[in-house]
Design a protein around this ligand. Structure first.
Ligand code: ZN
Ligand code: ZN
Ligand code: ZN
Length: 361
């Protein structure tokens, strides 16, 4: 008889663990609170704030109900314990029931208070109110609009997700969402965590922990954590600079390291002067953000790169986009050969190498 209870207990603990901190396999299979309640929660993309208000409420309720579920389950698999006959049930079981039913009732009451007047008292709404602005609903709709844009930065480790939109930093955890306005924060890399995965290949992961300190009154500081290879993308999306302590060494991603070498080489190449009658340069057609500042002019000797040809395209690309294009055309398994490689011009397909990439003077 004991083995039935032990088996049930172990099984239940396992199910709870998978539910509270789902391993990636479970998350991939869609067994999370979000997916189970997808119909009620609505769309995160369309209504980010409302979605997370409901999700955090549901998560607190479900997690608080899990210990009671165990009691109910145990009463079914072991009827001889007479768990529902409070005069006969064993004392430890009664204490367990009393404690967890009190907690559950507390969470139910808390959710009821949160949900009144259209979630006016929910902690996420309180956070929106603390950000200032005319009304928290206006702030929420501003966040929702920015969240719908596809160019936001997003990253996730475990149950938390980090999003950077044009002006907001959003971090969602199981029970809350941290929200900060980009213009109102100081960011500090506080430490790096190096994790060795394999001794044979030597590949390892570095995580960065960054403190987001809100400068407004009452704004709380929270920390974000991400893979160091995402650091470049994060910086691109942030308008505020990130400070790092001097002893913090951040490992760059391969593409960031390549871009640095690419920029270095291009700045050493001869510069190109636009003819006087040429029209002014337009924004880069790759990113539409930077002015085009690159022209391909064949400078390499015949011996170096026999196949390079002169490209006659007008300047249409910026350095970053040209560097990314160049690295995307290389053999991805041999990064050590990238610097000596060549690539077709993204517009006319004429071959060029890194010696032929010129800044416009
Ligand atoms: Zn560009
Ligand atoms: Zn071309
Ligand atoms: Zn060349």
């Amino acid at each position: 008889m004991v083995s039935v209870e032990l088996g049930f207990t172990l099984g239940y603990i396992l199910v709870c663990l998978c539910f509270v901190a789902p391993p990636s396999e479970f998350r991939a299979a869609g067994i999370t609170v979000q997916n189970i309640l997808a119909g009620w929660l609505g769309s995160e993309d369309l209504h980010f704030i409302y979605y997370h208000v409901k999700r955090t409420a549901a998560t607190t309720l479900i997690h608080a109900a899990l210990p009671l579920g165990y009691y109910v389950g145990l009463s079914i698999v072991s009827p001889h314990l007479q768990l529902w006959d409070f005069a006969l049930a064993p004392t430890p079981a009664l204490v367990y029931f009393a404690v967890f039913s009190t907690i559950f009732c507390g969470v139910v009451v808390m959710n009821y208070i949160w949900s009144r007047k259209g979630w006016e008292r929910h902690p996420i709404v309180a956070r929106l109110k603390s950000l200032g602005g005319n009304s928290w609903r206006a702030t929420a709709s501003n966040i929702n609009v920015e969240f719908r844009r596809i160019d936001k930065f997003s990253s996730g480790i475990g149950g938390t997700r980090l999003y950077i939109t044009d002006s907001w930093i959003l971090k969602s955890g199981p029970y809350n969402v941290d929200i900060a306005h980009q213009a109102n924060v100081h960011l500090h890399v506080i430490r790096t965590e190096d994790h060795v995965i394999s001794h044979e290949t030597g590949t390892s992961i570095q995580y960065l922990r960054i403190a987001v300190k809100q400068l407004s009154q009452g704004g709380k500081t929270f920390t974000i954590r991400l893979n160091s290879t995402e650091y470049g993308d994060l910086k691109n999306k942030l308008s505020a600079p990130i400070h790092a302590a001097r002893d913090v060494v951040i490992r760059q991603s391969l593409s960031d390291m390549f871009l640095e070498a690419f920029r270095e080489q291009v700045s050493q190449n001869p510069h190109y002067t636009l003819p006087e009658d040429a029209p002014p340069t337009e924004p880069c057609i790759g990113c539409m953000q930077t002015q085009s500042n690159i022209k391909l002019v064949k400078h390499c000797e015949e011996g170096d790169h026999g196949e390079c040809v002169q490209c006659y395209c007008r300047p249409m690309w910026c350095l970053e986009c040209m560097g990314k294009w160049f690295s995307s055309r290389q053999d991805q398994s041999h990064p050590e050969r990238w610097l000596a490689g060549d690539s077709p011009c993204p517009t006319c397909r004429a071959k060029f190498c890194m010696l032929d990439v010129c800044f416009i003077a």
